[in-house]
Design a protein around this ligand. Structure first.
Ligand SMILES: C[C@H](O)[C@H](O)[C@@H](O)[C@@H](O)C(=O)O
Ligand SMILES: [Mg+2]
Length: 406
């Protein structure tokens, strides 16, 4: 019998424990990517649930889409190694991290990420479960995985099972799918501009925009609509039927994230071959189980910075995989890239075009993450993710503010 060596080189004891958790907020783009300047495509008459109020129709910032700002979570180990992550959450999320969540990490091993997640979730369940609290938990979880990778000197995707393909391929979200095609992306997702409050005229304008873009990109390039929760089932059904002749590949987040029944109905209504997608504003394995068990959609799109982090996304993805459903995370830069490259049921990823046009590729969370990789010709090699943790560092030139301590 050959002697089988099995020295457990990484143990709970050998890895440096967590010493400090700190939370900061940052303004101006980055993880709160809706927080952009004037004239940006991402704030130009995009249909939302607030579009029923004319005063809030032109700009999503007018009703506060960028009110939170970025949350930066920093976790320092006893040996001085620091892991960090960014997500949407700003000052209120800082409060939750500092005053509530930090107690479950300080003094513990970063290897205990399952137990830490469980304690963060169930200790906040009485006021959390979705939205801001899960954003905060996600930020902590992502910073924990970044710290673990830096302590172990390996990239997060290695710890998630390794790459199942040599490279990532991306579709682009932005106002110019024609330019996205020239840049090598596999498809272009546009924001829908007119909602039910603008009646049949608005619906006709939507279809005219789609028809014009189809003319520009040719018959085979993927075109999708992101409806950002703006529609009702009837309007979404009529829009999907009218869009079918222009080859709309999927209709995304057409109705309220809470209307699971409406999504199931819409999915029964849309023309055969058109996909219904949603999930970026859903959270935890329990929320995504509702979407999957109620047959709400063909692709789930969790945001790893909003759904519970990597630890929770692993559970969500396994649920979807068991049901033969694709998981294409909502654009969240390196945090989704390290996940997507490791999952067979995540065949492509989203790249959110943050250039104002958008006419060029710029890092999604710019200027916050130094070393943030971007797709080249619509693709990113797995080897581009090989630095420890998530492979990025926080830009020291970006002003941060720590509103609370503990
Ligand atoms: C483009 C959409 O309106 C949102 O701004 C976008 O963040 C999100 O819905 C997406 O899927 O990228
Ligand atoms: Mg979306």
């Amino acid at each position: 019998m050959p002697h089988i060596r099995g020295d457990a080189s990484v143990t709970l004891k050998s890895l440096s424990k967590i010493k400090h958790v700190r939370a900061f907020t940052v303004r101006g783009g980055g993880a709160d990517y809706h927080d952009q300047g004037e004239g940006h495509w991402i704030d130009n008459h995009i249909a939302t649930p607030m579009s029923r109020y004319p005063e809030y129709r032109q700009s999503r910032q007018s009703f506060g889409i960028n009110v939170l700002g970025t949350l930066v979570v920093e976790i320092e180990a006893e040996d001085g190694t620091i892991g960090f992550a960014v997500t949407t959450g700003g000052e209120p999320a800082c409060y939750i991290v500092e005053k509530h969540l930090a107690r479950f990490l300080e003094g513990r091993s970063p290897l205990e990420y399952e137990k830490i997640w469980d304690q963060m979730y169930f200790s906040t369940q009485y006021y959390g479960r979705k939205g801001l609290v899960i954003n905060a938990i996600s930020g902590v979880d992502l910073a924990l995985w970044d710290l673990l990778g830096k302590l172990r000197q390996e990239p997060v995707y290695h710890m998630l099972g390794g790459a199942v393909r040599d490279e990532l391929q991306f579709y682009a979200t932005g106002a110019r799918p024609d330019i996205a095609k020239e840049l090598g992306f596999i498809g272009g997702k546009m924001a829908l501009h007119h909602g039910p409050a603008e009646g049949v005229e608005g619906l006709k304008k939507n279809i005219a925009e789609l028809a014009e873009m189809r003319e520009r990109v040719g018959p085979d390039f993927w075109l999708m609509w992101d409806c950002w929760m703006a529609l009702d089932v009837d309007y979404a059904t009529r829009l999907a039927i009218a869009a079918h002749e222009y080859g709309l590949k999927w209709i995304e987040e057409a109705i309220s994230p809470d209307d699971y029944w409406g999504y199931a109905e819409l999915r029964r209504n849309v023309p055969r071959g058109m996909l219904v997608t949603t999930g970026e504003h859903e959270a935890t394995r329990w929320g995504f189980r509702m979407l999957l068990d109620m047959e709400c959609c063909d692709i789930i799109q969790p945001d790893v910075g909003w759904c519970g982090g990597i630890t929770e996304l692993l559970k969500i993805s396994a649920l979807a995989d068991a049901k033969g459903k694709m998981v294409v995370p909502h654009g969240s830069s390196v945090y989704s890239y390290h996940f997507v490259i490791t999952r067979h049921n995540s065949p492509f990823a989203e790249f959110l075009m943050m250039h104002p046009g958008p006419t060029e590729v710029v890092p999604m969370f710019a200027p916050q993450l130094l070393g943030e990789p971007v797709p080249v010709n619509g693709r990113l090699k797995a080897s581009a993710l090989d630095a420890p943790g998530f492979g990025v560092t926080f830009n020291p030139d970006v002003a941060t503010h720590r509103p609370y301590t503990h």
